[in-house]
Design a protein around this ligand. Structure first.
Ligand code: ADP
Length: 250
């Protein structure tokens, strides 16, 4: 078993753009049910890593395994999404002219496995699931509001909810608290802590206070120059001389 039971296993991934190594033999594994934070200075390769996992960028060398056997480096973006990797980009992309409820309903029904029911009435099970997600994303009571009228933070939560409706096996979040108020950031940390253990989640984030809040029981990976510089509990990586050096600049 090459994946060691991990849901995601990157094995010596390199990505070279015009001679520049954005990723340099990056190896990383994510366990089932883990909430992993990936940090690192600008240009460390975080976005490129997410692009490799989702099939947007092909690795120049190395292999990316998903589950026990799937080789992501041989799959298209579409195949990877269908296999159960869901990514939320930094900017929210909700259906602004639809209500919160309709957004969650659409997210569920646009899922390939459920699509034949697009025009059918919701089953009580489906409705129950929407209610559950509404509570989780702190939008119960606002389900009939137009998504376009939500705050930036609420749109971000709605999009996380839409992702969850599709029941991905691995969730990738690109800077989920960018542009959020302090109160919204704190609520997002609570939300992610509620998901801990139930979903496998990779979060790329710049906001260190936020990372500290969600990384309490988890592992933090620090990327630098396209590879793992340090990895461990937040207090360990924060105290690591090499990490301090790359963050403060030489
Ligand atoms: P991060 O997300 O950690 O800030 P990126 O993955 O965006 O880092 O970028 C890593 C490095 O690769 C950066 O130096 C960036 O300029 C370079 N890079 C990213 N995408 C491309 C591309 N399409 N072409 C050329 N260079 C790129």
């Amino acid at each position: 078993d090459t994946t060691h039971g991990a849901i995601l296993y990157l094995e010596e991934i390199s990505v070279v753009f015009d001679g520049f190594r954005a990723l340099n033999k990056l190896s990383l594994d994510i366990s089932v049910g883990e909430l992993r934070c990936i940090i690192g200075p600008n240009g460390a390769g975080k976005t490129t890593m997410m692009d490799v996992i989702t099939g947007k960028t092909r690795p120049t060398s190395g292999t990316a395994y998903f589950g026990q056997t799937m080789d992501l480096s041989r799959m298209s973006e579409h195949q990877i999404a269908h296999a159960g990797i869901g990514r939320k980009f930094q900017r929210p992309t909700v259906f602004e002219q639809h209500t919160v409820f309709e957004n969650l309903e659409l997210a569920m029904k646009l899922d390939k496995r459920v699509r034949p029911t697009l025009f059918a009435r919701l089953s009580s099970e489906q409705r129950g699931k929407i209610d559950e997600i509404l509570k989780l994303i702190r939008l119960n009571g606002s389900e009939h509001r137009l998504a376009g009228l939500l705050s930036h933070g609420q749109k971000q939560w709605l999009e996380i909810g839409m992702l969850l409706m599709q029941e991905p096996q691995l969730i990738l979040l690109d800077e989920p608290v960018a542009g959020m108020s302090d109160a919204e950031t704190a609520r997002t940390a609570e939300l992610l802590n509620e998901l801990r253990g139930k979903h496998s989640i990779v979060v790329v984030e710049h906001d260190m206070a936020f990372v500290t809040e969600i990384a309490q029981q988890g592992v933090v990976t620090v990327l630098h120059e396209g590879a793992v510089l340090a990895q461990g509990r937040m207090e360990e990586v924060q105290a690591d001389e090499r990490v301090i050096e790359v963050y403060l600049g030489r």
